[in-house]
Design a binder for this molecule. Structure first.
Ligand code: DHB
Ligand code: MG
Length: 220
């Protein structure tokens, strides 16, 4: 019997990635441009993006709320599978990142399907109505993940999807002496998701660990 720990080896992971839809060459270009522009080179893994697209398609998602736009990689990745009347509302605090993302959203011809909201996550989220989104994605400042989760639990409709990046805390989740203070925040967040009533979630080992959770249909 194989143990859970070696069920997915690095070789399996590379095999999975190689059998996912190839990364859109324009997204590769976006990453090169971000590096050149001095934008932090932080984005979800291509196979993670493909998994999120599959989930959005399966959920027939039309409205998605994202916290943390950065270069726009994940917002664009998700918007590519939304219906023509679908929309990603993505929130970014840093004006330089928002400018870069908006430029690339235009280059993808997705200006009608992605709106970049400038400001702090909590302030912008408070403006979205209850049950107004089919899905939410958290990928921003780690100390505020619990706050973003609370808001998304309100904003995402019953039966909707809530995802969050970095469940593996930059690879340091199980490190006894983590260098990054964000690890503590992620650990607390992981415990919070696991203990939130009416939310069924599981960490999927793509990229730096992706929380995939469904707000139970019976939840308000
Ligand atoms: C960092 C943040 C992220 O969201 C990520 O995916 C990787 C790294 C960071 O703050 O270092
Ligand atoms: Mg992240």
């Amino acid at each position: 019997m194989s143990s859970a720990s070696d069920a997915v080896t690095d070789r399996h992971y590379r095999y999975i990635a190689a059998h996912a839809c190839p990364e859109d060459p324009r997204l590769r270009e976006l990453k090169r441009a971000a590096a050149q522009a001095g934008i932090p080179e932080i984005w979800i893994a291509p196979e993670q993006a493909e998994f999120m697209r599959i989930l959005l398609l399966a959920a027939r998602a039309r409205r998605v709320v994202e916290v943390g736009t950065l270069a726009g990689y994940s917002a664009i990745s998700m918007a590519l599978v939304l219906p023509l009347d679908g929309r990603v509302d993505t929130i970014e605090l840093e004006p330089r990142h928002a400018d870069f993302a908006e430029h690339w959203i235009q280059r993808f011809g997705l200006d009608d399907r992605i709106r970049v909201h400038r400001g702090a996550g909590a302030a912008v989220l408070s403006r979205f109505g209850a049950g107004s989104a089919d899905a939410g994605f958290i990928d921003a400042d780690k100390e505020n993940y619990p706050l973003y989760l609370r808001e998304l639990l309100r904003i995402v409709r019953p039966g909707g999807l809530i995802m969050a990046d970095n469940a593996f805390a930059f690879g340091q989740l199980l490190d006894p002496h983590p260098a990054d203070p964000g690890v503590t925040h992620i650990r607390a967040f992981n415990d919070l998701v696991a203990s939130t009533p009416n939310l069924r979630g599981i960490i999927v080992p793509f990229g730096d660990g992706l929380w995939v959770a469904v707000k139970e249909p019976s939840a308000a």
